[in-house]
Design a protein around this ligand. Structure first.
Ligand SMILES: [Zn+2]
Length: 235
């Protein structure tokens, strides 16, 4: 008896009714488009959940408390459509990896920039076909961020066998010359210029950076001492 609980009241009222009519109606013709980017089904309220998550920047409870008596869902609907329209304009190809990404956050972070959809398409397809890219879900954020943060792609690094071959080759080449097997140390002026590092004191480096087209084959592998490898940065 008496008033229903607050938590229950959040799930009823004109706002919720309108929101469900828009987002939880399996007859809505937009569902196919939304499904390219949002995981879930209309019946299980997953599009509505995502729409609320995006417009509220993650504070669904707070958003519901302040909007549950609204007689309109314009803000919710407009924001959701803005995100979807932005994604589908920037990325004209629909890849399965796009489904379920944090498009709301990516929209907030990047929608003020301008992108050339044609170039984005070329880049998306190039990266998706690159065997060294092990996290294809990261392609979109990587490109939106200006192709800088290669960590998003989890680029496959040199395997142990490739590193050992490069190590042996470098060591053999310098042994008689009294030079360091780290090519950067070898041209330096301090005591390390003749130091022979053990295998586990070195790390593999891409001679030609992966981001500039270099691959992770033995031809492109060079062992550097850990200090010099770190100095060169995570390419
Ligand atoms: Zn070195």
């Amino acid at each position: 008896m008496g008033r229903p609980h607050d938590s229950k009241r959040q799930h009823s009222g004109p706002f919720v009714t309108l929101a469900k009519t828009e987002f939880s109606n399996s007859q809505n013709a937009n569902i196919q488009k939304w499904s390219a980017y949002v995981r879930g089904s209309a019946n299980r309220q997953e599009f509505l959940g995502r729409a609320l998550d995006w417009v509220s920047k993650g504070d669904i409870g707070g958003y519901m408390s302040s909007h549950r008596n609204d007689n309109t869902i314009n803000e919710l609907k407009t924001y959701f459509n803005s995100v979807i329209d932005w994604v589908s304009t920037v990325f004209v190809d629909v890849l399965p990896e796009m489904k379920g990404l944090e498009w709301g956050r990516l929209y907030e972070e990047h929608h003020g920039k301008s992108y050339d959809p044609e170039k984005m398409s070329t880049d998306v397809n190039g990266l998706a076909a690159d065997a060294y890219v092990t996290n294809r879900k990261g392609i979109f954020e990587y490109l939106l961020g200006g192709s800088v943060d290669t960590k998003l792609l989890v680029v496959r690094v040199f395997d142990d066998k490739v590193k050992r071959v490069a190590y042996a080759k470098q060591k053999q080449a310098v042994e008689a010359k009294g030079k360091s097997n780290c090519p950067h140390c070898a041209i330096g002026r301090n005591a390390n210029k003749s130091r022979i590092y053990k295998f586990d004191e070195m790390d593999a480096d891409h001679v030609s950076a992966w981001s500039k087209g270099g691959d992770s084959s033995s031809k492109n592998c060079q062992m550097l001492c850990i200090t010099h490898n770190r100095a060169k940065g995570n390419r």
